[in-house]
Design a protein around this ligand. Structure first.
Ligand SMILES: Nc1ncnc2c1ncn2[C@@H]1O[C@H](COP(=O)(O)OP(=O)(O)OP(=O)(O)O)[C@@H](O)[C@H]1O
Ligand SMILES: [Mg+2]
Length: 255
């Protein structure tokens, strides 16, 4: 029994809004180095699960473990510092900021130098800023957006804005990356390009939990799938076995 502890574990997690369960006894794990999928029909509780993991919402029951430690009661800011990052189902960017500024904002969470050091132009502040710019540049190249660095984020296409969100999340150097419908509204070619990048990110040792409706995409990049319907886990396993499961097919057809 020398198995490595998964980066993220949900242990019988529940969340009720008023009397109604949005997430009802959800257990899953997301190991480092892999993309784990969480799928299910609309209203299945997927976004709620992400908000619980990130500390935006408080659990009604169960536990959330991060690298084996119970983080169920921690605040969002602490969890971000510990190494959780996410993208939103509805894009949230500084529309008037440049692409580079938006990506750079992701680095602030790890910034050592404070406001005064930056203002006074202390040497270490310059060094840190230069490092962040270089790392942001590398992300822009990885995502094929280096030529757009100076463009205002709000003027770009939906697909590009999605990429900016992901770069900003990756700038936080997360151990766990939560992606809520990252390829919604993209065509298969765009989705496949992003899927390739996600696989690279996972291969670098990050645990990725992916919420997504695009089944082709999910099947291509996830090593394991969890299926939720009306807040409850109805199936789990490899993409092939899960998507062939009559219970899963029924849940989708019924919605
Ligand atoms: N803040 C809230 N207050 C009350 N009910 C909520 C709240 N957030 C979500 N719900 C309810 O919880 C259930 C799960 O919603 P959630 O957004 O997590 O589903 P989802 O799986 O992300 O759906 P989709 O695929 O449409 O994004 C829904 O019935 C929703 O109406
Ligand atoms: Mg959702």
């Amino acid at each position: 029994m020398n198995q490595k502890i998964p980066t993220l574990q949900l242990d019988n997690v529940g969340k009720r809004f008023g009397g109604l369960p949005a997430v009802d006894g959800l257990s899953l794990s997301a190991p480092a180095g892999a993309i784990t999928g969480l799928i299910g029909p609309n209203g299945a509780g997927k976004t709620t699960a992400i908000n619980l993991i990130m500390g935006i919402l408080k659990l009604t029951s169960g536990r959330i473990l991060f690298n084996g430690k119970d983080v169920s009661t921690l605040e969002a800011a602490d969890l971000a510092r510990l190494g959780m990052a996410r993208t939103f189902q509805n894009i949230r960017l500084v529309a008037d900021g440049t692409v580079l500024d938006n990506v750079l904002s992701g680095f602030h969470i790890h910034q050592r130098t404070g406001f005064w050091a930056n203002l006074l132009g202390l040497p270490y502040a310059h060094t840190e800023q230069a490092q962040h710019r270089a790392q942001a540049q590398a992300l822009l190249e990885q995502f094929g957006m280096a030529h757009l660095a100076g463009h205002r984020a709000g003027t770009l296409s939906y697909g590009h804005q999605r990429r900016i969100e992901m770069m900003r999340a990756l700038a936080m150097k997360p151990q766990l990356l939560l992606l809520d419908e990252p390829v919604a509204g993209m065509n298969d070619t765009e989705a496949a390009e992003l899927g390739h990048i996600f696989s690279q990110v996972a291969a670098s040792g990050v645990a990725i939990l992916l919420v997504e409706h695009n089944m082709r995409f999910v099947t291509q990049i996830c090593s394991r799938l969890y299926v939720s319907a009306s807040g409850r886990l109805i199936a789990q396993g490899t993409p092939e076995t899960v998507l062939a499961n009559p219970v899963v097919i029924e849940a989708y057809l019924g919605s």
